[in-house]
Design a protein around this ligand. Structure first.
Ligand SMILES: Nc1ccn([C@@H]2O[C@H](COP(=O)(O)OP(=O)(O)OP(=O)(O)O)[C@@H](O)[C@H]2O)c(=O)n1
Length: 424
């Protein structure tokens, strides 16, 4: 029996990255032998054995990696006669098909190390097509390793295009699609995942709501080459750069879905696109079983993102709008979620061509004001002898009063800094 470290652990080690988990491949053994050695069997679709002490995963070398019904996993044949080369040949990418034996020797029959050095994502063999999820996996690796300079081999893109065109991606279960997508959203360059899916012809199958934005002109007449689809991916990139969490990144992805549903003109006004975005966001979330907190933030962002930009000008009349924003987004009870919404709003403003580090002071200001206003509680009014429903009114009035003051101060400070000095 031979044991090899395989897959992501070897790849990440060779790239000098931290290794998250170690998976092992066992060649020349039967399930019975592993069980007799004290390994425990886990996994429903294909057996994986846990090491008696380390609890790390050991899989037997396989001859086939067919996806199961509904593509929930692999069905495979395996046995003591299956060679290391044959198992590695049926893996997705050459960089994932390198094995390290117990003495530290590398086994790399398909040129994975060379592809790592050349920064290329290349499929190992035509067996790649056995699992349509691999189209998404490649897009995710492209996103994850984008900052290292990885590109996609032409022949792999061509194979992915054939797989997307065959219609088999539609059979992927929502859980598998969302799991890959969530991992991709967590990378440094989540926009690359969607770009690669688009190049592979898979975006329209998996994310038709996003695909629909390409070709929809943005309001920026001076950058006609930036359509709403490109803008959306720029916003997603910016949301990641700003440290937005997964909900924020998902909201960035969905915030302009409604623009595909507004009247299509040469330079459309996109009136009511926030409200129109609700239906496609709901459709996407229902189809992929997107977690509730992601869905909620995406809906809030779609409905309210236009208001965030309108607050750029300091004027006391904005007090009502700000209170409306805090109320509708439930910022009083969920400030951490509101903070993500603020990041998303900043990404929306800055995720465009020529943003050139444009400041977004609204984020700090709104955050600070929310913190101050949350401290206005019923207690102070009770002490003043105010009772019952009047307390709620008093809190609202006090919040409004303070906001008007702050907005006025802000307007005054801008006015005094731009006013010509008396000596001039
Ligand atoms: N659809 C799949 C899933 C997995 N694999 C193979 O199984 C290994 C382990 O899969 P997994 O743990 O899902 O991915 P990793 O490559 O380890 O990547 P990550 O770091 O994202 O976990 C991969 O490296 C690859 O060799 C594959 O060929 N096809």
């Amino acid at each position: 029996m031979e044991i090899y470290l395989v897959g992501g652990a070897v790849r990440d080690e060779l790239l000098g990255l931290a290794v998250k988990e170690r998976d092992y491949l066992v060649v020349g053994a039967t399930p019975e032998q592993l069980l007799a050695l004290g390994y425990t069997q886990v996994g429903r679709d294909f057996p994986v054995f846990l090491h008696p002490d380390t609890r790390e995963e050991y899989a037997l070398a396989r001859t086939e990696r067919k996806s199961g019904r509904g593509y929930t996993g692999f069905i495979c044949d395996f046995g003591p006669e299956v060679s290391l080369e044959e198992d590695l040949r049926r893996r997705d990418l050459t960089i994932n098909a390198i094995a390290r034996d117990e003495q530290g020797g590398l086994h790399d029959p398909y040129g994975g190390r060379q592809d790592l050095d050349r920064r290329i994502l290349r499929h190992v063999s035509e067996a790649f097509a056995e699992d349509p999820l691999r189209v998404l996996r490649v897009a995710r690796f492209a996103a994850r390793f984008h900052h290292l300079g990885f590109t996609l081999a032409d022949e792999t893109l061509a194979l992915m295009r054939r797989m997307a065109a065959s219609g088999e991606l539609a059979a992927l279960t929502p859980e598998r699609v969302w799991k890959e997508t969530e991992k991709a959203l967590a990378t440094e360059d989540p926009q690359v995942y969607f770009e690669v899916l688009r190049r592979a012809g898979a975006l329209g199958v998996l994310f038709p709501e996003l695909e629909a934005l390409f070709g929809v002109p943005g309001p920026e007449k001076w950058h006609p080459e930036i359509d709403t689809g490109i803008h959306t991916l720029m916003v997603l990139k910016r949301a990641a750069e700003l440290g937005g969490d997964l909900c924020c990144r998902f909201a960035a992805l969905c915030h302009d879905f409604g623009k595909a549903l507004t009247p299509q003109e040469k330079w459309p006004s996109h009136h009511h696109h926030g409200e129109l975005g609700v239906a496609p966001i709901e459709a996407l979330c229902a189809r992929l079983k997107v977690p509730t907190e992601h869905r909620e933030l995406a809906l809030l962002m779609s409905r309210w993102h236009i208001l965030f930009h309108r607050l750029a000008e300091p004027c006391p009349e904005h007090a009502e709008r700000i209170l409306e924003l805090f109320n509708h987004t439930d910022a009083w009870r969920k400030p951490a979620r509101f903070a993500q919404l603020l990041i998303c709003a900043q990404a929306d403003l800055q995720g465009r061509k020529g943003f050139g580090g444009k400041p977004y002071p609204q984020r700090e200001r709104l955050w600070h004001w929310l913190g101050e206003l949350r401290q206005i509680t019923a207690q102070a009014f009770v002490e003043q002898g105010i009772k019952g429903a009047a307390i709620g009114d008093a809190i609202r009035e006090e919040r409004r009063r303070r906001l008007i003051l702050w907005l006025q101060d802000w307007a005054d400070s801008i006015h005094s800094s731009t006013a010509p000095s008396p000596s001039r």
